[in-house]
Ligand binder design. Sequence first.
Ligand code: 6PG
Length: 240
Amino acid sequence: MRGELKRFDNLDELSEAAAADVCSLISETVSRKGACSVALSGGNTPRALHHLLATRYRDEIPWDSVSIFFGDERYVPHSDKKSNYLMAKETLLDLVPIPKGNIHPIRTDLSGTDKAASAYERVLRNFFQDVGETFDLLLLGMGKEGHTASLFPHSKVLDECRKWVTAVDVPATPSSRITLTYPILNRSASIYFLIAGSDKRPALSKVVNTESDYHLFPARGIEPVKGKLAFWVDSSADPA
Ligand code: 6PG
């Protein structure tokens, strides 16, 4: 078993517990270092968490000290329903008093995915100044075949060891993506996977197994250099 497995009966209970934990992690980080950087994931699983952070915990989180980033993005306009930025904007960012300048979307208005990727690399390199640790909190999901962010099985991006952000074509819709890579993701201080649904169980049983190959199950390649790894799962995804 890799990391800590946190089991819950259902996604609602998982999201409630995760929201309480995220609120205290952000508050503790801000009181310790004056700021907190959070990378959001796309997909649907985080919606309930976002809702709780924007309602129950809205006034407990020091939003003016929080910086928001994205683990990946579909190369679509930010107005497109498939945009991870739009999902986060609608379910969280528009509902909390976070300064607009603290939100760092992946710019899909730039012409071409390579340009979007290198622009985001510059944003991240400037923000973290290559100091060692990157995100204070990285939120990730996992697809039923074991992808995470836009790191999909058999992709050449899985062995990228220098760039922090890269353009990639994936076997999902939309196929054109920009994704962060293991070198930056694995330098996060805390990495939380939020995973729910029986369709995720087979891949998750591989991902928590240290013997699995990350080329087949890319979420297995999420291995924090020094940070904490936790899998927040509901009973239907639980690999036990
Ligand atoms: C994306 C996400 C992706 C997501 C998984 C799980 O851009 O789609 O970053 O990695 O987390 O596909 O998605 P669900 O939460 O919708 O199952």
